[in-house]
Design a binder for this molecule. Structure first.
Ligand code: NDP
Ligand code: MG
Length: 359
């Protein structure tokens, strides 16, 4: 397997499962956490390693001369082509993950996709049969699918770090509180996206592309135990219930048949009560554009570029928490006319939106 983003939250879980399933790791790609990468190299003995920066190359431990170690985006794309493995797990974070996804498709390899930004930005150009999404909600929907007429689909949101904060206090909340997710332990970017609810917009767009449906919505379920629901035409609704742990979705991306325990069952008696709530645009201003973005999925590239810049600005204390959604909404307004005809235009638009949001 080729693992992109091995030192991240998804990457670490994927390696645990690779060990459990005895899956050979041919390629490890990581950013700047070289200490962890070195431990992974020792255990998994990959043939190829790629890191983000040339400046860190000397820190990578060559346990054997057979390992090729390189740096940079081009090296990632090369190794996807060069390696013998036909399975690529893309757990890179952000727009940076898009080119590797495209490369995987070009090489006709299986794309196990945690990098949701690939679908949000380029869903229209990513029609690919050999794709397995790694996101608890889409995994849940896939798990529930049956050969029956579907009325509509639902995914759930936890509500994120600020779901219980008084509304007036949201303008003053800080980075540390924003990164304190009540249910999931994930990378910084997606944790902030959960607090603003942008993550759920992303997931609705993903679901639209993956399941080719317009009838998709989201509600809050604060335990993150019910991940997805399907309403069937006959009036029945089924729900996917599992612990808030990414190992289950990852396991099904790695292996076709799972007949062993990956997670313990949810003890329903211990939860006591499940509650479902509406997502309010008062608390999550980005939610205003939910229907608009689902009707105009080609604007995913604008939504994503603006949000990436806004989150980075928030994390470097240049803007406040509420400004993240504000800036994103402004950019969507400014670039409402664009519609990329091909992938090259998509990259151009991404750049333009970033320049606008930076200034
Ligand atoms: P993390 O931030 O934890 O991990 C990102 C990974 O990408 C790290 O291994 C990082 O390396 C690596 N990376 C970053 N920049 C570069 C670069 N320039 N070159 C090479 N490697 C790079 O993110 P998550 O694991 O949380 O998320 C990954 C993706 O999965 C995201 O798109 C997210 O939205 C999605 N996802 C995550 C879920 C979760 O539970 N975490 C759930 C569903 C989807 P390093 O750390 O060494 O710098
Ligand atoms: Mg999710």
């Amino acid at each position: 397997m080729i693992l992109l983003g091995s030192t991240g939250s998804i990457g670490i879980n994927a390696l645990r499962l690779a060990q459990k399933f005895n899956i050979n790791i041919e390629v490890l790609v990581a950013g700047s956490n070289i200490d962890l990468l070195n431990k992974q190299i020792e255990i998994f003995k990959p043939s190829f390693v790629v890191i983000a920066s040339k400046n860190d190359l000397h820190k990578v431990k060559h346990t054997s001369l057979q390992i090729s170690v390189q740096a940079g985006e081009e090296a990632i794309l090369e190794v996807i082509e060069k390696a013998k493995s036909t399975k690529v797990l893309n757990a890179l974070s952000g727009f940076f993950g898009l080119r590797p996804s495209l490369k995987t498709i070009e090489c006709k390899k299986q794309l196990c996709l945690a990098n949701k930004e690939s679908l949000v930005v380029a869903g229209e150009f990513l029609k690919y049969d050999n794709l397995r999404p790694i996101d608890s909600e889409h995994f849940g929907l896939w798990y529930l699918l049956q050969d029956k007429k579907i009325h509509s689909m639902l995914i759930t949101a936890s509500g994120g770090s600020f779901r219980d904060y008084p509304l007036e206090s949201l303008k003053n909340v800080g980075i540390k509180e924003a990164l304190n997710h009540p249910n999931w332990s994930m990378g910084d970017k997606i944790t902030i996206d959960s607090a603003t609810m942008t993550n759920k917009l992303y997931e609705l767009l993903e679901a639209k592309h993956l399941f080719k449906t317009k009838k998709i919505d989201a509600i809050i379920e604060r335990h993150s135990l019910v991940h997805a629901l399907i309403n069937f035409k006959d009036g029945s609704t089924t729900a996917h219930i599992a612990k808030a742990n990414m190992q289950l979705p990852i396991a099904y991306a790695l292996k076709d048949v799972i007949d062993e325990e990956i997670l313990e069952h949810v003890d329903l008696l211990k939860i006591n009560a499940l509650k479902f709530e509406k997502i309010s645009s008062k608390r999550y201003p980005i939610w205003e554009i939910k229907d608009y973005i689902l009707d105009n999925p080609h604007l995913g590239v604008v939504l994503n570029a603006a949000n990436e810049i806004a989150v980075a600005k928030f994390l470097s204390k240049k803007i406040s928490f509420l400004d993240i959604s504000k800036l994103t909404l402004e950019a969507l307004n400014k670039f409402s006319h664009i519609h990329a005809k091909n992938i090259d235009e998509l990259f151009e638009i991404d750049k333009e939106v970033r320049v606008y949001c930076e200034s």
